[in-house]
Design a protein around this ligand. Structure first.
Ligand code: DGL
Length: 266
């Protein structure tokens, strides 16, 4: 079984790629929506939350854990890898491909405060982006909108416009989605950025990496559930259930996939 965690429903943008690439796997997803957003929190808080969630996933039989959250990866992945034996796959803003393909020499990265503070992000910039202008945009309040499925609203458009337009005016030809909640805003971002600007979402690469790592795990844990499970630390499961339903209804091969949603206390 593949464990997936995020501060909320954003990691479903990664699960969508995982389930497309690895449809024969079973998934256990934890949305920490009761404690979302992680972006402005300090490192120790995120380590504490993600450790609890990881223990829950490991106890239930996860073979790997996908940390489908850039902020959690930046704050906690090295601690999680040190403390638990199973493989962890993390997220990092895909600045490298954006830098390599940029023609204007200007790219924009849209992420949370916590992700910009992370060593992974800063290390990649140092290594690859010395000749590129990188415009860093903290997407304040975007996570909150996605947590309410309000990505197609005038407020979402107003906020995205205020973040994206100045970067486009400065010549950015790539926008890196450095938070797993943001792919749900892709249509709005595209509308504002225009068709010449490339939007980069690293989720497909994460799914390929998960496939490679899983191929190396023999034997696998025994897991007897016949449905995927989606758990949230929020009181209400309706947003999580609606988003899973929406993703599956848009999928070619997984339309009839079985899933269950529940609230958990962690
Ligand atoms: N999905 C998380 C990420 O990728 C959202 C961060 C948050 O909770 O602020 O960074």
């Amino acid at each position: 079984m593949v464990g997936v965690l995020d501060s909320g429903v954003g990691g479903l943008s990664v699960w969508k790629e995982l389930v497309g690439t690895l449809p024969d796997e079973k998934y256990l997803y934890v949305a920490d929506s009761g404690f979302c957003p992680y972006g402005p929190r300090d490192k120790s808080y995120i380590i504490e939350r993600t450790s609890r969630i990881s223990e829950f996933l490991i106890d239930r039989g996860a073979d790997i854990i996908v940390v489908a959250c850039n902020t959690a990866t930046a704050a906690a992945i090295s601690t999680l890898r040190r403390n638990y034996k199973i493989p962890f796959i993390g997220m990092e803003p895909a600045t490298k491909p954006a830098v390599l393909h940029s023609e204007s020499g200007v790219i924009a990265v849209l992420a949370t405060q916590g992700t910009f503070r992370g060593e992974l992000y800063m290390g990649t910039l140092e290594k690859y982006a010395s000749q590129t202008r990188v415009i860093e945009i903290v997407g304040n309040n975007l996570v909150e909108l996605v947590e309410k499925m309000e990505w197609d609203t005038p407020e979402a458009e107003r906020l995205v416009r205020s973040y994206v337009e100045p970067a486009i005016a400065e010549g950015a030809d790539h926008i890196v989605l450095g938070c797993t909640h943001y792919p749900f805003l892709t249509k709005t971002i595209e509308k504002i950025a225009g068709s010449k600007v490339k939007i980069i979402n690293p989720a497909p690469a994460i799914a390929k990496r998960a496939r490679e790592v899983l191929a190396g795990i023999v034997p696998r844990n025994v897991y007897s559930e016949d449905s995927d499970w989606f758990c949230t630390t929020a009181e209400d499961t309706s947003v999580l259930a609606s988003m899973v339903g929406m993703i599956l209804s848009e999928s070619r091969n997984n339309v009839f996939r079985k899933y269950k949603c529940t609230t958990i206390r962690l």
